[in-house]
Design a protein around this ligand. Structure first.
Ligand code: S3P
Length: 425
């Protein structure tokens, strides 16, 4: 895929539904009594993996263009899957579903693509085992394939060493089936979509600071859910509007849950011209229309509690930092090493190839902005967020940028390239 410089980007768009929320509608919808109707479901490969896994456990899921209907069978309605559960590239499917599987009265195997088979699963195996689960990494390397033999579970209070919504959610979902109370305390609060959705489905869950506590559920009730646009997808257009000359872009209907809005905070700290028009909601997650205009940015320091609130946006923030005046320092972001790719390594190598002044650190990166970027061949490592970030870099660089494996954007944003090109017409 080839990218060359654009003179301006203008217009408005709606980005696809939130990936994290879409996964959770399938899982809670499957465990609820009745039919859950979802509008704005993300038709990305990751969420389709969640659909496929729950279908193979006997859940009927209608996937129509405008609506997804999940015919829930209740907390005890899942059936033994006939084959291995294939999660594709999806860490969220793997970890959240493992929490549910740990408590089912059957055994199964969960695996996915080459990237999934390298991602750490010890972080869910440890707490789930403490709850009484029988879950093993078949190769003994702490990664998928996982063999999970469901068993009766007991509630624990888990103090997680990482701020990870996937770890927290795996434990809370297992907690729906455990004896007694289950709680998770994180070093910093990670995205809270599981907690919000469990509450909406009638679960007994309460949250205080960075601790979430769930009690075993008697039943969950099907819901109608409208999924907001994914702020992680909107982030590419926010960045594009800020760094491309003569631009003004409005992104409508974006989820701005405070556990996800770190990118907005960082843009403001960098001096961005960004307007956030909140759309009043009576139920569900907060949403807003976001308008950005070309801005002269300045470097900033990103660390601590904001990191989990923008963890998936760090690749595109690194691009922003190249166009800012001064130095941007990203710290406390070791988690980047265990995403779909090692995002510290991949960002630093690829941005250096484009001429950026960037260095990797143990827990992040340091970027000295202001050096113009030039085209290069970018290896996306089949990581969707890397490919999208470098498409935005490529349209702001001199010469040609070629992204290999760029089709991997289908994981979270199938129409990304069309949506981008429509803004430069
Ligand atoms: C997600 C949580 C985050 C995020 C991922 C989606 C989720 O991962 O990076 O893209 O839906 O719970 P961690 O929880 O591992 O940080």
């Amino acid at each position: 895929m080839l990218f060359t410089k654009k003179n301006s980007l203008n217009g408005e768009l709606t980005v696809p539904g939130d990936k994290s929320i879409s996964h959770r509608t399938i899982m809670l919808g499957a465990l609820a009594d009745g039919t859950t109707e979802v509008h704005g479901f993300l038709q990305g490969a990751d969420c389709l993996s969640s659909i496929a896994c729950f279908r193979s456990m006997g859940i009927e899921i209608e996937n129509r263009q405008n609506v997804v209907r999940i015919h829930g069978k209740g907390l005890h309605g899942l059936q033994t899957p006939a084959a291995i559960l294939d999660v594709g590239n999806s860490g969220t499917t793997t970890r959240l579903m493992s929490g549910i599987l740990a408590a089912q009265p059957f055994a199964c195997t969960v695996t996915g693509d080459a990237s999934i088979q390298k991602r750490p699963m010890g972080r869910i195996i440890t707490p789930l085992t403490q709850m009484g689960a029988d879950i093993t990494s078949i190769q003994g390397n702490g990664c998928a394939p996982l063999r999970i033999q469901g068993r009766p579970l007991t509630g624990i209070h888990y103090v997680s060493p990482v701020a990870s919504a996937q770890v927290k959610s795996a434990v809370l979902l297992a907690g729906l089936y455990a004896e007694g109370e289950t709680s998770v305390t994180e070093p910093y609060l990670s995205r809270n979509h599981t907690e919000l959705m469990l509450e909406a489905f009638g679960g007994d869950i309460h949250c205080s600071g960075s601790t979430a506590t769930v009690l075993p559920a008697a039943r969950l009730e099907a819901q109608n859910i409208s999924v907001p646009g994914d702020i992680s997808s909107a982030a590419y257009f926010i960045a594009a509007g800020l760094i491309t000359p003569h631009s003004c872009i409005t992104i409508r209907n974006v989820g701005i849950n405070p556990t996800r809005d770190g990118i907005l905070e960082v843009c403001k700290a960098m001096g961005a011209d960004i307007q956030i028009e909140v759309i009043p909601q009576t139920v569900g997650e907060p949403i807003a229309d976001i308008t950005v205009r070309t801005s002269q940015l300045t470097g900033t320091v990103i660390e601590g509690g904001v990191i989990p609130r923008l963890i998936d946006e760090i690749p595109i923030i690194a691009i922003l930092a190249c166009f800012a005046e001064g130095t941007t320092i990203i710290k406390d972001a070791q988690e980047l090493k265990v995403k779909e790719s090692n995002r510290i390594d991949v960002m630093v190598k690829n941005l250096a190839a484009m001429g950026a002044d960037i260095e990797a650190t143990d827990d992040g990166m340091i970027i000295r902005g202001g050096t113009p970027l030039h085209g290069a061949v970018i290896d996306s490592k089949l990581d969707h967020r890397i490919a999208m970030s470098f498409a935005i870099a490529g349209i702001n660089a001199e010469g040609e940028t070629e992204i290999t494996g760029g089709e991997c954007v289908t994981i979270s944003y199938p129409d990304f390239y069309q949506d981008l090109s429509q803004l430069s017409k």
